[in-house]
Design a protein around this ligand. Sequence first.
Ligand SMILES: C[S@@+](CC[C@H](N)C(=O)[O-])C[C@H]1O[C@@H](n2cnc3c(N)ncnc32)[C@H](O)[C@@H]1O
Length: 223
Amino acid sequence: MDDTTRRQFIDRVRDFQARGDPSGWCDQVYRDANGDVTAVFWADRVANPYLLDWLQAHPAKDPLLRAVTIGCGVGDDAEALAAHGYQVTAFDISPAAIALCRQRFPDSPVDYRVADLFDYPAAWAQQFELVFECNTIQIMAGAYRMEALNAIAALVASGGDALVSCRSRAMGTQQDAFPLPLDETEINGFIRAGLNQTALIAYDDDQQPPVPHFFACYHKPHA
Ligand SMILES: C[S@@+](CC[C@H](N)C(=O)[O-])C[C@H]1O[C@@H](n2cnc3c(N)ncnc32)[C@H](O)[C@@H]1O
């Protein structure tokens, strides 16, 4: 994306955010791609490597374990979870994103759903042994960030885990950035939501210049 296109894109996002609609612009990104996954600029088209490492280190011991991916985008992380033995629900607010997932993985066992993180079915609460969030909170602004984080934490079953991948920033920096990376106080919202942090990996990705990230792991104690 060139600088002008990027500025126009961010202006459009800000318009939606100013109207109190944190996710209203997302579907257009997928509709503009018109079925071409390579045109979705944030889609790596491979599963998150930190998720894959975690799955390898923590093999699913029970075929009935349920996993959910938040804002699943074009589906690679959901497919990886299914390949590692989970029963997977993958949801996104964008109907065009979900159509793209179904187009890419027509024989998938993943239950791809159009759903809103801020209004998902009540029956999903505390139902997932593994919750995977990648890069959704960071596209939100203001109070929606903690609302999104709390909605994600509320999906974790008793005794389950949550894995969170996101851009990171030092406290008090980049206040006007989009996407707005999470600082440590923000990501610690998962601890405030009742989860135990088991790892917080801080790393730079392989972009030029490198972008700092967190990969955080949480466990929800048995009730
Ligand atoms: C930056 S993209 C990341 C996509 C994917 N997780 C990845 O890492 O490639 C954020 C995703 O969150 C979705 N999203 C935004 N707001 C949402 C909401 N309220 N409920 C569900 N999904 C949402 C967007 O449609 C988009 O697919």
